[in-house]
Write a protein that binds this ligand. Structure first.
Ligand code: GDP
Ligand code: MG
Length: 167
C-alpha cells in the first residue's frame, strides 16, 4: 500500500531537514534562508510492504503580495487536500501568526495531523516544553505530538513510525 504524506509548516521550521532525515538522503535543499523550497519535493519512504510518498511543501505565508508567495501557498494548499496524513512542523517553544495560519489551513483539510515540535535541541530550558505541549495540544485534536530535532535526528524514527502506521 502506498499513501501520500505532507510535511507542512511555516518557512524555516525544518521541513526539508526532516525530509532528508526521514529518507537518510539529501533530496531537498535546506537553508537558513526562508523560501529555499519553491516547489513540492517528493521522497519515498519504504518499510516492509508499506510505502509513503512524502511531500515537502513550500512554506505557507500570511503575506501574499509577492507572486512567488502566492504560488508557494497554492502548491502547499493543494498538497494538503490530497494526503493520508499531515505532519505539521512547528519550532521549539515559539508559536507565531504564521503557525496559526498554517494550522487553520490544516483544520480546513480535515486530514489527520501529527504535530512535530522541531529544534528541541535549541530549547535550553526543557521544563518549558511541557507547558508548551499543553498549549499546543489544546489547539487541535492532534493524532500525536512528537518533540524532535530533525538536524540531530532525535525522534525522527517516531515520525517515521507515525507516517507508516497511518497507511
Ligand atoms: P524549511 O524551510 O521548513 O524547509 O526549513 P529547512 O529544513 O530549510 O531548515 C531551516 C533552518 O533550520 C536550517 O538552517 C536548518 O539547518 C535549521 N534546522 C532544521 N532542523 C533543525 C533542528 O532540529 N535543530 C536546529 N538547531 N536547527 C534546525
Ligand atoms: Mg524547505
Amino acid at each position: 500500500y502506498c499513501g501520500l504524506i505532507a510535511l507542512v509548516g511555516r518557512p524555516n521550521v525544518g521541513k526539508s531537514t526532516l525530509l532528508n532525515a526521514l529518507l537518510g538522503q539529501k533530496v531537498s535543499i535546506t537553508s537558513r534562508k526562508p523560501q529555499t523550497t519553491r516547489h513540492r519535493i517528493l521522497g519515498i519512504l519504504t518499510e516492509d510492504n508499506r510505502q509513503a510518498v512524502l511531500v515537502d511543501t513550500p512554506g505557507l505565508h500570511a503575506e501574499e503580495k509577492r507572486a512567488i508567495n502566492r504560488l508557494m501557498n497554492r502548491a502547499a494548499s493543494s498538497s494538503i487536500a490530497e494526503v493520508e496524513l499531515i505532519v505539521f512542523l512547528v519550532e521549539g517553544t515559539h508559536w507565531t501568526d504564521d503557525d496559526e495560519l498554517v494550522l487553520n489551513k490544516i483544520k480546513k483539510s480535515g486530514r489527520p495531523v501529527v504535530l512535530a515540535i522541531n529544534k528541541i535541541d535549541n530549547v535550553q530550558d526543557k521544563e518549558q516544553l511541557l507547558p508548551h505541549l499543553q498549549v499546543l495540544g489544546a489547539k487541535h485534536d492532534f493524532q500525536d505530538i512528537i518533540p524532535i530535532s530533525a538536524s540531530k535526528g532525535d525522534n525522527v524514527d517516531k515520525i517515521k513510525k507515525a507516517c507508516l502506521q497511518s497507511l
